[in-house]
Design a protein around this ligand. Structure first.
Ligand SMILES: *[C@@H]1O[C@H](CO)[C@@H](O)[C@H](O)[C@H]1NC(C)=O
Ligand SMILES: *[C@@H]1O[C@H](CO)[C@@H](O)[C@H](O)[C@H]1NC(C)=O
Ligand SMILES: *[C@@H]1O[C@H](CO)[C@@H](O)[C@H](O)[C@H]1NC(C)=O
Ligand SMILES: *[C@@H]1O[C@H](CO)[C@@H](O)[C@H](O)[C@H]1NC(C)=O
Ligand SMILES: *[C@@H]1O[C@H](CO)[C@@H](O)[C@H](O)[C@H]1NC(C)=O
Length: 416
């Protein structure tokens, strides 16, 4: 009697142990799409924007989205509406919800429907444009002809690698780069929150998002892999999905100016604004600090900023700061064959397409931006104080970016 009972207990324990082993192994294999998420304490929760109707006109034929909706109604409690916003805490009141964990809106959703043809064609067109211009010898710009091996290591510092999902992201400052960096941190699980990886992109503190220790970039390969570094980079470039986001180059410059010189930024004031004031604004001794400058109302104008960019002395002192350095110099689009080229002008659609392409649309969601974005329509106003000759020189300086990424020459600004 006693031995039989003991036997049963052993069998039960053995089975439990086996199941445990299977779970652990499963986790190890990294079945990222089927992850059984362990509850993560939410950390500082950022209120989600209120659910908004999607601004873009619906591109997917409605019967296709109906299929998604049909499937998803079995997967989650809800209406099954495809753009349905699942647990968004619109009350943004932490006290009562502090026990809840972050759930991306699209978690558990499965897309059976293909990505809209229009979006796929858009990517095809952008990729083809890059290939054509890179192969066209009459299109010349610095560094175009060199091979990947000839790119100095320090110029590879904008390529962020996620080995878990096989993704390489070239970040371009002033082009939604904080949001994509947040997503890369979540995907690569490089930030731990109370022993578990941080899963909410918006809960990552701002200073950490831009801290280089959070990101595994190509320029760090030498330290980790030594002489195999370049070889490994090339293997990863071949196998991984590579993407970047760009925007109209002139609008990017306006955005950089607004962000770095219209707002109080001690670092940028000392490194750049003082230089501009001295050189172009007859201020041999500019105010010592940004606070003093703002109090006195002394700021470099947008026109001074453009003068600074055009001044040959600027790049003799040091290469352009990343916020205004050309995308072709940050991301090497002729050496790296990008699989996906997003445009900020179509960021929402492109982000959704990209996350599906990367097969992580069930893990993260692109945070919708609610900030005061620099609009293309402001361009004429901003450039009204910049002399036409300077505008043309500026266009020359950024022409490769305009052409490579399919932005039209801004004729109205350049002709008179
Ligand atoms: C929660 O919301 C109520 C009103 O909805 C408000 O009075 C209270 O201060 C909020 N608490 C916190 C911690 O935000
Ligand atoms: C190369 O670019 C020039 C313009 O810069 C264009 O006229 C020419 O047609 C292009 N060649 C090819 C083969 O696309
Ligand atoms: C780049 O290579 C092409 C031919 O391969 C050549 O015609 C062109 O002069 C080269 N340009 C530079 C800047 O070296
Ligand atoms: C970046 O993070 C590391 C550790 O997480 C910290 O030691 C370092 O001071 C941070 N750097 C900056 C510039 O905040
Ligand atoms: C956005 O910024 C522009 C210029 O900086 C300003 O005129 C406008 O009032 C701002 N809009 C909002 C909603 O803050």
């Amino acid at each position: 009697m006693g031995t039989s009972r003991m036997f049963h207990i052993f069998v039960a324990l053995g089975s439990a142990f086996m199941i445990l082993l299977i779970i652990i192994y499963w986790d190890d294999v990294g079945a990222s799409h089927l992850y059984l998420y362990t509850p993560v304490s939410p950390g500082p929760k950022v209120p989600h924007p209120p659910p908004q109707p999607r601004p873009h006109t619906t591109r997917t034929p409605s019967f296709l989205s109906d299929i998604d909706a049909f499937v998803n109604q079995f997967l989650e409690p809800g209406t099954g509406e495809p753009t349905d916003t699942v647990p968004v805490d619109s009350s943004s009141n932490q006290s009562e919800k502090s026990g809840e964990r972050y759930i991306p809106r699209r978690e558990w959703k499965i897309h059976l429907t293909p990505v809209a043809a229009e979006l796929r064609e858009r990517q095809e067109k952008r990729r083809r444009l890059l290939q054509e211009l890179c192969a066209n010898d009459s299109v010349v710009f610095p560094g175009k002809n060199r091979s990947f091996d000839d790119i100095p290591n320090k110029e590879l510092d904008h390529l962020i690698v996620d080995d878990r999902h096989g993704i390489i992201y070239c970040y371009v400052p002033k082009v939604a780069c904080s949001n994509w960096k947040r997503i890369m941190i979540v995907l690569s699980e490089s930030l731990q929150q109370e022993g578990a990886p941080q899963r909410d992109p918006l809960a990552i503190p701002r200073d950490l998002v831009h801290n280089t220790s959070m990101h595994f970039t190509f320029n760090k390969f030498w330290k980790r892999y030594g002489k195999f570094a370049k070889h490994l980079m090339k293997v990863k470039l071949k196998k991984y999905t590579k993407f970047l986001f760009v925007r109209d180059p002139f609008v990017r410059l306006i955005s950089a100016y607004r962000n770095k010189f219209e707002m109080r930024n001690e670092d940028f004031y000392r490194r750049f604004a003082q230089v501009m004031l001295r050189r172009y604004a007859n201020q041999p001794t500019p105010p010592a600090s940004v606070d003093e400058a703002f109090t006195l109302g002394v700021q470099p104008s947008f026109s001074h900023f453009i003068q600074y960019l055009l001044d040959p002395q600027t790049e003799k002192d040091m290469p352009f700061n990343e916020h205004w350095r050309q995308v072709y110099r940050l991301c090497h689009p002729c050496q790296i064959q990008y699989d996906f080229v997003g445009h900020l002008e179509t960021a929402e659609e492109d982000a959704e397409h990209l996350l599906r392409l990367l097969r992580v649309d069930n893990v993260v969601e692109f945070p919708t931006s609610q900030r005061n974005l620099t609009a293309s329509s402001w361009e004429t106003d901003w450039f009204s104080t910049v002399p036409i000759q300077a505008r043309r020189e500026l266009y020359k300086l950024y022409e490769p970016d305009f052409r490579l990424f399919g932005y039209d020459r801004p004729e109205s600004l350049l002709n008179e």
